[in-house]
Ligand binder design. Structure first.
Ligand SMILES: NC(=O)C1=CN([C@@H]2O[C@H](COP(=O)(O)OP(=O)(O)OC[C@H]3O[C@@H](n4cnc5c(N)ncnc54)[C@H](OP(=O)(O)O)[C@@H]3O)[C@@H](O)[C@H]2O)C=CC1
Ligand SMILES: CCCCCCCCCCCCCCCC(=O)OCC(=O)COP(=O)(O)O
Length: 328
């Protein structure tokens, strides 16, 4: 017993020696400094990339889109009018609608502006695209962010609901992309971003329409990247895990009614400001495919690819458990 205690004290002493050793703290601080510097460099790189650009973000009224819009807005360099109160008020009121266009002009000032449209209404998408092109002449970066989620069993879900989710998350964004693409190809310059989801990589139960729309998004934008690379068009697909936004509150159910529940998974999700920041950094780095999720959902992608049978088993037992809690 005594020898165990003394051995423990010896160990404790060794650990303390190591912690207080003269090299550890400087090494730790240097690592933190390097990390901070890398982050700063990434941010500067992104700022340089978006400067003098016309950026269109869909779904800028809420959640991730709103944070991305605000993030870009605050990139404005010192001395520009971003500190003016009226500008902030203007931005806030402009963000009350669907799409936000941010213009960074040569004088390093910008005029955020919005165009309202409904992704489930093709004529309104075409009208919005021509309004954007008429107003700004071109678009440098299009961030297809707007989207809707869904909860329901396949057997109960009306086809109209499947269609609505596909229209909002897939057909709408690709229609806007197709409307703006020719002008990008003509200029040999453009960057198209799709905010997909980890559910674009694998499907979880009771999300059939949502997961299908995100798989379709991934597939479409992967094709687009290959087809337009020689036209100097950049394509970035971003797949986030849960984010703390209103997505679950705004989700629709099997009969098309609003789900209206803030799910625990969503409440515990990533901070939208941080995700927006990571989205902008990924855009600045011209990344092609980005996962922005915690370890478990990220690893599940490998599980789905490498051991599909096990993945399907886990998903089936999740479905069974969820179904049981619903009926009990
Ligand atoms: N939150 C999460 O856990 C995750 C979200 N994502 C994706 O992130 C993106 C943003 O979602 P998030 O911010 O979380 O959710 P929010 O519900 O907070 O925001 C969704 C945005 O999309 C807009 N929108 C919805 N329907 C339409 C439509 N028919 N036409 C035009 N705009 C529309 C909304 O406008 P309005 O409010 O005016 O209806 C709103 O601005 C989505 O594509 C989502 O799939 C991906 C992974 C995880
Ligand atoms: C190598 C070992 C891996 C073990 C993995 C076990 C399987 C765990 C499955 C985890 C499932 C996580 C699902 C994450 C889904 C997600 O992040 O979705 C993001 C959204 O789009 C959220 O939208 P929603 O409407 O569903 O709230």
């Amino acid at each position: 017993m005594v020898s165990f205690k003394s051995r423990r004290n010896l160990m404790r002493g060794r650990v303390m020696d190591w912690v207080t050793c003269p090299f550890l703290l400087p090494v730790m601080f240097s690592c933190m400094g390097i990390f901070g510097l890398l982050k700063l460099l990434q941010w500067i790189r992104m700022k340089a990339y978006v400067r003098n650009s016309v950026v269109v973000i869909t779904g800028a009224t809420s959640g991730l889109g709103k944070e991305a819009g605000s993030g870009l807005y605050h990139l404005c360099p010192p001395g520009s009018p971003r500190t003016l109160k009226s500008k902030d008020t203007e931005l806030r009121s402009l963000l009350l609608r669907f799409t936000c266009c941010l213009v960074f002009d040569q004088g390093q000032t910008y005029k955020p502006s919005t165009v309202a449209f409904d992704l489930t209404d093709p004529p309104s998408i075409a009208a919005a695209a021509s309004k954007i092109l008429q107003s700004f002449g071109y678009v440098d970066i299009l961030i297809n962010n707007a989207g809707i989620s869904y909860r329901g069993t396949i057997v109960d879900t009306k086809m109209d609901v499947d269609r609505k989710v596909m229209e909002t998350n897939y057909f709408g964004p690709i229609a806007l992309t197709k409307a703006l693409l020719p002008s990008m190809i003509k200029r040999k310059k453009g960057h198209i971003v799709a905010i997909s989801s980890i559910q674009g990589k694998y499907s979880i139960p009771f999300r059939s329409a949502y997961a299908a729309s995100k798989h379709a998004t991934q597939a479409f934008f992967d094709c687009l990247r290959a087809e337009t690379e020689h036209d100097k068009i950049e394509v970035t697909v971003i797949s986030p895990g849960y984010i703390h936004t209103n997505l679950s509150l705004n989700a629709i159910t099997a009969d098309g009614s609003k789900y209206g529940v803030m799910d625990k998974t969503t409440t515990q999700g990533q901070c939208p400001t941080m995700v927006a920041r990571n989205v902008l950094v990924a855009v600045g780095k011209k990344r092609k495919d980005v996962i922005l999720a915690d370890l478990l959902p990220s690893w599940a992608i490998y599980l789905r690819t490498l051991v599909p049978e096990l993945f399907f088993r886990i998903m089936a037992s999740r479905a069974k458990k969820e179904q049981k809690t619903k009926t009990s």
